[in-house]
Design a protein around this ligand. Sequence first.
Ligand SMILES: [Zn+2]
Length: 272
Amino acid sequence: MARGYERIRTRGSRDGACNICGRFGRLTQDHVPPKGVPRIGQFEMYRLHEAMGNQVPAYRGRLFQGGPTHTTICARCNNERLGGEYDPALISLANDVHRCLTAVTALPRVLHFPCMPQRIARAVVGHLLAVGVNMPAAGEIGSALAGFFLDPAAKWPAELEFSAWVYPYSRQVSIRGAMMMKFGLSGNVHFSLLKFYPLAFLITRGDISAAGPSIQSILEGTRELDDLGHFSVERGNFAHFAWPESPEEDGMILMGEGAVVALPRSPFESTR
Ligand SMILES: [Zn+2]
Protein backbone atom coordinates (compact mmCIF):
# COMPACT_ATOMS: atom_id res chain seq x y z
CA MET A 1 0.00 0.00 0.00
CA ALA A 2 1.46 3.30 -1.04
CA ARG A 3 2.27 5.82 1.62
CA GLY A 4 -0.38 8.45 2.01
CA TYR A 5 -3.05 6.15 0.66
CA GLU A 6 -6.47 6.69 2.13
CA ARG A 7 -9.44 4.67 1.14
CA ILE A 8 -11.93 6.87 -0.64
CA ARG A 9 -15.14 7.19 1.28
CA THR A 10 -18.27 6.96 -0.82
CA ARG A 11 -20.67 6.24 2.02
CA GLY A 12 -20.95 7.50 5.59
CA SER A 13 -23.61 6.66 8.11
CA ARG A 14 -26.85 5.07 6.93
CA ASP A 15 -28.87 8.16 7.75
CA GLY A 16 -27.73 11.69 7.18
CA ALA A 17 -28.44 15.00 5.47
CA CYS A 18 -29.00 14.73 1.72
CA ASN A 19 -26.15 16.40 -0.18
CA ILE A 20 -28.67 18.12 -2.45
CA CYS A 21 -31.86 19.07 -0.57
CA GLY A 22 -30.40 18.91 2.95
CA ARG A 23 -33.21 16.76 4.39
CA PHE A 24 -32.21 14.28 7.04
CA GLY A 25 -33.08 10.65 6.43
CA ARG A 26 -31.98 7.37 4.89
CA LEU A 27 -29.27 7.96 2.29
CA THR A 28 -29.40 6.18 -1.05
CA GLN A 29 -26.81 5.15 -3.59
CA ASP A 30 -26.28 7.40 -6.59
CA HIS A 31 -24.73 5.71 -9.62
CA VAL A 32 -22.28 7.82 -11.60
CA PRO A 33 -22.92 7.58 -14.46
CA PRO A 34 -26.55 6.48 -14.16
CA LYS A 35 -27.56 2.97 -15.11
CA GLY A 36 -28.60 2.85 -18.72
CA VAL A 37 -25.65 4.65 -20.29
CA PRO A 38 -23.29 2.48 -22.35
CA ARG A 39 -21.37 0.23 -19.94
CA ILE A 40 -17.69 -0.35 -20.23
CA GLY A 41 -16.76 -2.75 -17.45
CA GLN A 42 -15.35 -2.59 -13.95
CA PHE A 43 -13.73 0.48 -12.51
CA GLU A 44 -11.33 1.30 -9.75
CA MET A 45 -11.69 4.64 -8.09
CA TYR A 46 -8.83 6.90 -7.05
CA ARG A 47 -8.36 10.41 -5.90
CA LEU A 48 -7.79 12.39 -9.01
CA HIS A 49 -4.46 13.91 -8.01
CA GLU A 50 -3.12 10.39 -7.41
CA ALA A 51 -3.99 9.31 -10.93
CA MET A 52 -2.73 12.39 -12.72
CA GLY A 53 -0.44 12.17 -15.67
CA ASN A 54 -2.23 9.11 -16.95
CA GLN A 55 -0.42 6.92 -14.40
CA VAL A 56 -2.25 4.15 -12.64
CA PRO A 57 -1.45 4.34 -8.91
CA ALA A 58 0.56 1.43 -7.48
CA TYR A 59 -2.07 0.44 -4.96
CA ARG A 60 -5.44 -1.05 -5.68
CA GLY A 61 -8.23 1.48 -5.95
CA ARG A 62 -11.72 0.96 -4.73
CA LEU A 63 -13.49 -1.46 -7.04
CA PHE A 64 -16.92 -0.82 -8.50
CA GLN A 65 -18.84 -2.92 -10.98
CA GLY A 66 -19.90 -0.76 -13.87
CA GLY A 67 -19.18 2.55 -12.21
CA PRO A 68 -18.72 4.33 -8.92
CA THR A 69 -21.57 5.04 -6.51
CA HIS A 70 -21.99 7.70 -3.84
CA THR A 71 -24.37 7.02 -0.93
CA THR A 72 -25.05 10.65 -0.17
CA ILE A 73 -28.51 11.69 -1.35
CA CYS A 74 -32.08 11.05 -0.23
CA ALA A 75 -34.51 8.74 -2.01
CA ARG A 76 -36.58 11.64 -3.32
CA CYS A 77 -33.63 13.42 -4.94
CA ASN A 78 -32.24 10.12 -6.20
CA ASN A 79 -35.28 8.23 -7.45
CA GLU A 80 -37.95 10.83 -8.16
CA ARG A 81 -35.87 13.74 -9.30
CA LEU A 82 -32.70 12.29 -10.79
CA GLY A 83 -33.94 8.87 -11.82
CA GLY A 84 -37.49 9.88 -12.71
CA GLU A 85 -37.17 13.34 -14.21
CA TYR A 86 -33.63 14.02 -15.34
CA ASP A 87 -31.50 10.95 -15.96
CA PRO A 88 -33.60 9.66 -18.88
CA ALA A 89 -32.63 12.71 -20.97
CA LEU A 90 -28.96 12.22 -20.12
CA ILE A 91 -29.10 8.47 -20.82
CA SER A 92 -30.84 9.02 -24.12
CA LEU A 93 -28.19 11.47 -25.34
CA ALA A 94 -25.38 9.17 -24.15
CA ASN A 95 -26.84 6.30 -26.15
CA ASP A 96 -27.34 8.43 -29.27
CA VAL A 97 -23.72 9.55 -29.14
CA HIS A 98 -22.51 6.00 -28.46
CA ARG A 99 -24.37 4.69 -31.52
CA CYS A 100 -22.84 7.45 -33.60
CA LEU A 101 -19.29 6.74 -32.36
CA THR A 102 -19.59 3.01 -32.94
CA ALA A 103 -21.54 3.06 -36.20
CA VAL A 104 -20.14 0.78 -38.84
CA THR A 105 -21.98 2.47 -41.68
CA ALA A 106 -20.80 5.71 -43.22
CA LEU A 107 -22.21 8.74 -41.42
CA PRO A 108 -21.83 12.44 -42.07
CA ARG A 109 -18.78 13.85 -40.31
CA VAL A 110 -20.95 16.10 -38.15
CA LEU A 111 -24.21 14.93 -36.62
CA HIS A 112 -26.66 16.92 -34.50
CA PHE A 113 -28.74 15.13 -31.88
CA PRO A 114 -31.86 16.70 -30.43
CA CYS A 115 -31.80 16.65 -26.62
CA MET A 116 -33.42 18.27 -23.58
CA PRO A 117 -30.67 20.46 -22.15
CA GLN A 118 -32.61 21.67 -19.10
CA ARG A 119 -33.15 18.09 -17.94
CA ILE A 120 -29.60 17.05 -18.83
CA ALA A 121 -28.10 19.97 -16.88
CA ARG A 122 -30.16 19.01 -13.81
CA ALA A 123 -29.01 15.40 -14.08
CA VAL A 124 -25.37 16.53 -14.27
CA VAL A 125 -25.80 18.90 -11.32
CA GLY A 126 -27.48 16.15 -9.26
CA HIS A 127 -24.69 13.64 -9.88
CA LEU A 128 -22.01 16.22 -9.15
CA LEU A 129 -23.62 17.29 -5.87
CA ALA A 130 -23.82 13.62 -4.87
CA VAL A 131 -20.01 13.39 -4.92
CA GLY A 132 -18.47 13.56 -1.43
CA VAL A 133 -19.69 12.11 1.88
CA ASN A 134 -21.22 14.70 4.19
CA MET A 135 -20.77 17.51 1.69
CA PRO A 136 -24.18 19.20 1.53
CA ALA A 137 -24.52 21.81 -1.20
CA ALA A 138 -23.35 25.06 0.37
CA GLY A 139 -21.74 28.35 -0.51
CA GLU A 140 -22.77 30.61 -3.34
CA ILE A 141 -22.21 28.15 -6.17
CA GLY A 142 -23.37 25.01 -4.36
CA SER A 143 -26.58 26.69 -3.24
CA ALA A 144 -27.26 28.09 -6.70
CA LEU A 145 -26.79 24.65 -8.26
CA ALA A 146 -28.95 22.89 -5.66
CA GLY A 147 -31.66 25.51 -6.19
CA PHE A 148 -31.57 24.91 -9.93
CA PHE A 149 -31.75 21.14 -9.48
CA LEU A 150 -34.62 21.26 -6.99
CA ASP A 151 -36.84 23.72 -8.88
CA PRO A 152 -37.98 22.50 -12.33
CA ALA A 153 -38.91 26.08 -13.27
CA ALA A 154 -35.62 27.67 -12.18
CA LYS A 155 -33.34 29.35 -14.68
CA TRP A 156 -29.74 28.26 -14.97
CA PRO A 157 -27.66 30.44 -12.55
CA ALA A 158 -26.61 33.47 -14.60
CA GLU A 159 -23.08 33.61 -13.16
CA LEU A 160 -22.26 30.05 -14.24
CA GLU A 161 -21.49 28.45 -17.60
CA PHE A 162 -22.57 24.97 -18.58
CA SER A 163 -20.74 23.17 -21.38
CA ALA A 164 -20.83 19.72 -22.89
CA TRP A 165 -18.67 17.81 -25.33
CA VAL A 166 -18.02 14.35 -26.72
CA TYR A 167 -15.76 12.26 -24.51
CA PRO A 168 -14.83 9.02 -26.32
CA TYR A 169 -12.67 7.70 -23.44
CA SER A 170 -13.29 5.23 -20.65
CA ARG A 171 -11.71 6.93 -17.66
CA GLN A 172 -14.38 8.57 -15.52
CA VAL A 173 -13.80 11.83 -13.74
CA SER A 174 -15.96 13.56 -11.13
CA ILE A 175 -14.74 16.85 -9.73
CA ARG A 176 -16.94 18.88 -7.48
CA GLY A 177 -15.89 22.42 -6.65
CA ALA A 178 -12.28 22.84 -7.77
CA MET A 179 -10.35 25.97 -8.64
CA MET A 180 -8.14 26.66 -11.63
CA MET A 181 -5.50 29.36 -11.57
CA LYS A 182 -3.53 30.64 -14.53
CA PHE A 183 -0.25 32.31 -13.66
CA GLY A 184 -0.17 35.98 -14.62
CA LEU A 185 -3.92 36.21 -14.96
CA SER A 186 -6.16 37.64 -12.32
CA GLY A 187 -9.33 35.83 -11.46
CA ASN A 188 -9.57 32.15 -10.66
CA VAL A 189 -12.01 29.83 -12.33
CA HIS A 190 -14.24 27.72 -10.13
CA PHE A 191 -15.27 24.55 -11.87
CA SER A 192 -16.99 21.22 -11.52
CA LEU A 193 -16.55 18.46 -14.05
CA LEU A 194 -18.30 15.20 -14.86
CA LYS A 195 -16.88 12.92 -17.53
CA PHE A 196 -17.91 9.41 -18.45
CA TYR A 197 -18.02 7.68 -21.81
CA PRO A 198 -19.23 9.16 -24.15
CA LEU A 199 -20.01 12.61 -22.65
CA ALA A 200 -18.31 15.30 -20.60
CA PHE A 201 -19.86 18.25 -18.78
CA LEU A 202 -18.27 21.30 -17.23
CA ILE A 203 -19.72 23.95 -14.94
CA THR A 204 -17.59 27.06 -14.50
CA ARG A 205 -17.63 30.44 -12.91
CA GLY A 206 -15.03 32.52 -14.67
CA ASP A 207 -13.52 32.30 -18.11
CA ILE A 208 -11.95 29.04 -19.08
CA SER A 209 -10.70 30.25 -22.47
CA ALA A 210 -8.39 27.87 -24.31
CA ALA A 211 -11.38 25.58 -24.54
CA GLY A 212 -10.89 22.41 -26.49
CA PRO A 213 -12.70 21.75 -29.75
CA SER A 214 -16.38 20.95 -29.87
CA ILE A 215 -17.19 22.44 -26.46
CA GLN A 216 -20.87 23.33 -26.59
CA SER A 217 -23.17 25.56 -24.53
CA ILE A 218 -26.19 23.33 -24.94
CA LEU A 219 -28.48 25.30 -22.59
CA GLU A 220 -28.54 28.34 -24.86
CA GLY A 221 -31.97 29.10 -26.23
CA THR A 222 -33.77 26.75 -23.84
CA ARG A 223 -35.79 27.59 -20.77
CA GLU A 224 -38.44 24.93 -20.03
CA LEU A 225 -37.67 21.36 -19.07
CA ASP A 226 -38.90 19.96 -22.38
CA ASP A 227 -37.37 22.60 -24.66
CA LEU A 228 -35.26 20.93 -27.32
CA GLY A 229 -31.68 21.88 -27.95
CA HIS A 230 -29.08 19.95 -29.79
CA PHE A 231 -25.75 18.36 -29.24
CA SER A 232 -23.26 17.99 -32.08
CA VAL A 233 -20.81 15.20 -32.67
CA GLU A 234 -17.98 16.01 -35.05
CA ARG A 235 -16.14 12.78 -35.49
CA GLY A 236 -12.38 12.98 -35.39
CA ASN A 237 -12.43 16.34 -33.58
CA PHE A 238 -12.37 15.62 -29.87
CA ALA A 239 -10.97 17.48 -26.90
CA HIS A 240 -7.92 15.91 -25.22
CA PHE A 241 -8.99 13.22 -22.77
CA ALA A 242 -7.50 15.06 -19.78
CA TRP A 243 -8.97 18.47 -20.63
CA PRO A 244 -9.50 20.54 -18.56
CA GLU A 245 -8.54 18.82 -15.31
CA SER A 246 -4.91 18.18 -16.15
CA PRO A 247 -2.92 21.27 -15.12
CA GLU A 248 -0.89 22.92 -17.82
CA GLU A 249 2.48 24.52 -17.30
CA ASP A 250 0.99 27.97 -17.00
CA GLY A 251 -1.27 27.26 -14.08
CA MET A 252 -2.43 25.02 -11.31
CA ILE A 253 -5.58 23.40 -10.06
CA LEU A 254 -6.73 23.07 -6.47
CA MET A 255 -8.97 20.11 -5.79
CA GLY A 256 -10.54 18.86 -2.60
CA GLU A 257 -12.27 15.73 -1.37
CA GLY A 258 -14.75 15.94 -4.19
CA ALA A 259 -12.32 15.00 -6.95
CA VAL A 260 -12.20 11.35 -7.94
CA VAL A 261 -11.30 9.38 -11.01
CA ALA A 262 -12.36 5.85 -11.90
CA LEU A 263 -10.07 3.90 -14.18
CA PRO A 264 -11.17 0.91 -16.20
CA ARG A 265 -9.81 -2.35 -14.85
CA SER A 266 -9.52 -4.34 -18.04
CA PRO A 267 -5.93 -4.82 -19.22
CA PHE A 268 -7.19 -4.31 -22.75
CA GLU A 269 -8.19 -0.76 -22.00
CA SER A 270 -5.65 1.98 -21.69
CA THR A 271 -6.08 4.39 -18.81
CA ARG A 272 -7.91 6.58 -21.24
ZN1 LIG B 1 -32.56 15.14 -1.21
